[in-house]
Design a binder for this molecule. Structure first.
Ligand code: S3P
Length: 429
């Protein structure tokens, strides 16, 4: 149950970035020597990745009393055949990225997921991994996957869909392949896979190609373990940034925030909309940029999100859409049909919930058009089992008239178990 607030103020503690946590856990498992990962994501998705790594023979432990620190004993490129299915839970990142690693192993792995993950498209990794020599069976392109790994050969692959998960999967598979693998993406997506591989000592060449990029990786390279502190998750911070945007007098401090340029487009757009953001400290850790942000609410103008922006903001669009009715000119989202195959159909979920709260919304195949200047009322709405929908509507509820009841709000635990407590702590009533 979320009550309306008068303002939000305070210091935001964030979980470690989900995208980076997955990648570090996987690479630490196939590295030589130990790794120490501080501020590992507290979300259930990243626990699914750790569970799968354990099933593949990787030993790791949580360090008691230290904030979400994981120590991983790398076992090198050869993992152990799992005794049971690899349970990816709700995590598309786990299934897609790990499939690139198990494709290079000398055994067969079964990869399963929950009901939502079992509906998600896996063709995008099955096709190129099969071209590299893996044998993969699925339920008409959906999980469960059965991956018979083995000798892989390098490919030169132009991805039809802009997806960082697919790009990372193929670069990971490239580590096990004979020859040089080249992956080209049509639109620039988050580059944590490339940055993490380099952090673990892998040589990788990258360059921009049009609106996208290419990366080349030679097979057979060994990885060495790292000690890292994982930056705060920008996609989790998005909920508080959007909450701050709702109140002209808001003030937030966000320390240790991931500010990788392939993730930070949200900051530009929110500033264009009227949020005041200043960066008071900037560091680099293992190739990732981290900063402290001071945030102050001001005007709340509208925005148009399309093309490369839609790919760059894919995880932040639900919360931007959820606050769109409160903006002056509204928000229009185009070229975002990938949102329909996330943990839920996020375009339909946003439209349904906004309408239940009294908003006018135009739903389109590849996006949404939400007029500004609307007033919302509290309602009984649903998370659709999707963490980002649950959190997006908790933010929208802060400025609605009356209370909002979010069914299935516990879905937030997929990426941010402490979300509702943190939101409550920051809200002034
Ligand atoms: C992610 C990439 C995105 C994003 C997901 C995490 C990643 O998915 O939606 O939450 O860590 O690479 P796609 O690559 O499928 O767009």
């Amino acid at each position: 149950m979320v009550r309306p607030a008068r303002n939000v103020r305070g210091r935001v503690g964030l979980p470690g970035d989900k995208s980076i946590s997955h990648r570090y856990a996987m690479l630490a498992g196939i590295a030589e020597g130990p790794s120490r990962l501080e501020n590992y994501s507290t979300g259930a998705d990243c626990a699914s990745t750790l569970g799968c790594m354990r099933s593949l023979g990787v030993e790791w432990e949580r360090k008691d009393g230290e904030d979400n620190t994981i120590e991983v004993k790398g076992r090198g490129l050869a993992l152990a055949a799992p005794a049971c299915a690899l349970d990816c839970g709700n995590s598309g990142s786990t299934m897609r990225m790990l499939s690139g690693i198990v494709a290079g192993q000398k055994f067969t792995s079964e990869m399963v997921g929950d009901e939502s993950l079992s509906r998600r498209p896996m063709e995008r990794v099955i096709r190129p991994l099969s071209a590299m020599g893996a044998q993969i069976s699925s339920q008409e392109g959906r999980p469960p996957l059965r991956v018979a790994g083995g000798e892989l050969k390098a490919i030169d692959y132009k991805m039809p869909v802009a997806s960082a998960q697919v790009k990372t999967c193929l670069l990971f598979a490239g580590l096990f392949a004979e020859g040089e693998t080249r992956i080209e993406e049509p639109m620039r997506t988050r580059d944590h896979g490339e940055v993490a591989l380099r952090a673990f000592g892998v040589q990788l060449d990258r360059r921009s190609v049009g609106q996208g990029s290419e990366a080349r990786i030679r097979g057979g390279q060994g990885l060495r373990g790292i000690e890292a502190c994982i930056p705060g998750d920008l996609s989790s911070a998005a909920f508080f940034l959007c909450a701050a945007a709702l109140f002209p007098g808001s003030q937030l401090t966000i320390p240790n925030l991931l500010m990788n340029p392939t993730r930070a487009r949200l900051l530009d757009i929110l500033m264009q909309m009227g949020l005041r953001i200043s960066v008071t400290q900037l560091d680099e850790i293992h190739g990732e940029v981290v900063g402290t942000l001071q945030v102050e609410g001001g005007a709340l103008k509208g925005a148009a999100i399309a093309g490369a922006d839609s790919a760059a903001l894919i995880d932040e669009i639900p919360v931007m859409a959820a606050i769109a009715p409160y903006t002056e000119q509204g928000i229009e989202v185009r070229d975002a049909k990938e949102l329909r195959v996330k943990e839920s159909d996020r375009i339909a979920a946003v439209a349904t919930n906004l309408r239940l709260m009294g908003a006018q919304v135009e739903e389109r195949e590849d996006g949404l058009k939400i007029p500004g200047g609307q007033r919302l009322h509290g309602a009984e709405i649903d998370s659709f089992g999707d963490h980002r929908i649950a959190m997006a509507f908790a933010v929208a509820a802060l400025r609605a008239r009356g209370e909002t009841m979010i069914r299935g709000a516990e879905a937030a635990g997929i990426s941010y178990p402490a979300f509702f407590q943190t939101l409550e702590d920051l809200s002034e009533r």
